[in-house]
Ligand binder design. Sequence first.
Ligand code: IMP
Ligand code: MG
Length: 180
Amino acid sequence: MEIVQPRVLVSEDDIRRRVRELAARIEDDYADADEILLLGVLRGAFIFLADLARELTVPRRIDFIALSSYENGSNFSGGVRLIMDSRINVTGRHVLIVEDILDSGRTLSYLLETFQARHPASLKSCVLVRKPGQEVEVDVDYLGFDIPDEWVVGYGLDYGDHYRALPYIGVVEPGADDDV
Ligand code: IMP
Ligand code: MG
C-alpha cells in the first residue's frame, strides 16, 4: 500500500493538552485510591497510555491486554476475544482500561464485562477518540475527543499496521492508498 500523508484531524498540541486535562481529572477522581492499574489495549493504545501514565502522579501500575476479532470468512461475527490477558491480577484493584477508539462499542463493552467479573475495586474506561453511533451502548468515563465517522490513524492508531507512530491523529483520504 502507498503511504500518504494523512490530513490532520487532531493536532499534536491538542492531544497533549487533552491528555493533561484527562490526567488532572483522573488524579482528582482517584485521590483516595492507594494505587490504580492502567490496563492498555494493544496495540492502538500504547502511545496514549504512555503519555497518560507520565502525566499522572497517583501511584500506578501498567499492564497490557490484547484482543482479536472473531471473523468467519467474510462474515464478521462482531465478537471479540482476549488473546493476551493481564499479568497483574485485577481483583481488588482500581482498574482503568485505556483504549484507543470507540467505534461499534463491542470491544469496550466486552472488556468491561470481562474485567468486572473479576471483582476489581473499581472499573472505569479512558478512551482517546469516539466515533458516532455505537451499536452497543457503553459509557466512557474519560473521553479524549469525539470525531466524525472516518478511518483515523496516528498516535497509536493504524491502517494496515502503518501510521501508528504519527504524532497526530489524521485521516487517510479515501482512495489515496489504492494500490491499483
Ligand atoms: P469497536 O468497534 O468499538 O469494537 O472498536 C474496534 C477496534 O477497531 C478498535 O479498538 C480499534 O482497534 C479499531 N478501529 C475502529 N475504528 C478505527 C479507526 O478509525 N482507526 C483505527 N482503528 C480503528
Ligand atoms: Mg483497539
